[in-house]
Design a protein around this ligand. Structure first.
Ligand code: ZN
Length: 239
């Protein structure tokens, strides 16, 4: 899955940039081995915890058959699934934006829309999912240090902040703030649509309800026309 690909791409970049690739490779393999041991220990602890959860569920509902072949190894699978859903915790903003370019003279809004994400509600640990649209206006002033990045980096920064216990409101802010701090643009706007398992499957059980949140900075805050242009571009399906 994506997390391992990111890891491999990072190693490939370090190897290409190093004057002593053998040492870099040795160090990286050692780090991977240590990390695998840590993750395995964590998985065992989590798996034991999930066994207790299922035992508790059986206390509430004795009909639950914990020897069912489809449930027997579930604590282990639940632990692996949670580790995967939280993989974004292992990356930082600077990991994602390590390769960027000076903004130079590109002074139009850059948009990536409908970036799928799956996150985990930090109140209930039930998934919520949907799409993120991001627009940013590069700062081309030569003294401001404005940068631009490849579009795949915008998709990755979504995963870094979505793949962890999260709230949709905070996810919007985290993505906006990451772009604001790392690319120093003239403005950023992030709009997120989300369907929440905690609302759709339990609680109020409103199947079709979805939540829309946004976070914006700089010229997107000050300039109504810019904000409207972004909203119409992400909503009318022409981009
Ligand atoms: Zn929730």
């Amino acid at each position: 899955m994506a997390y391992e690909n990111i890891f491999n791409a990072e190693i490939a970049r370090k190897l290409a940039e190093s004057s002593d690739p053998d040492k870099v490779l040795k160090d990286e393999l050692k780090a991977i081995e240590e990390r695998s041991i840590e993750l395995n220990k964590a998985r065992e602890v989590m798996s034991k915890g999930y066994s207790q959860v299922l035992k508790g569920l059986q206390m509430a509902f004795p009909e639950l058959d914990l020897e069912d072949p489809n449930i027997k190894d579930s604590p282990n699978r639940m632990a692996r699934a949670l580790l995967e859903l939280c993989a974004g915790l292992g990356s930082s903003n600077s990991d994602v934006f390590s390769t960027s370019f000076p903004a130079e003279n590109y002074n139009q809004v850059i948009i990536l829309k409908d970036i799928d994400y799956t996150s985990l509600c930090s109140h209930h640990f039930i998934p919520f999912k949907g799409s993120v649209s991001i627009g940013y206006l590069p700062d081309i002033h030569p003294d401001h240090g404005g940068k631009v990045v490849g579009l795949s980096k915008l998709a990755r920064i979504v995963d870094v902040h979505a793949q962890r216990p999260q709230l949709q409101e905070r996810l919007s802010f985290n993505i906006m703030d990451a772009i604001e701090k790392e690319l120093k643009p003239a403005g950023v706007m992030v709009v997120i649509k989300g369907k929440h398992g905690c609302l759709n499957c339990r609680g109020a059980k409103k199947e079709r309800a979805s939540m829309i949140t946004s976070a914006l900075s700089g010229q997107f805050k000050d300039d109504n026309k810019l904000r409207e242009e972004f909203l119409s571009l992400i909503n009318d399906g022409t981009v």
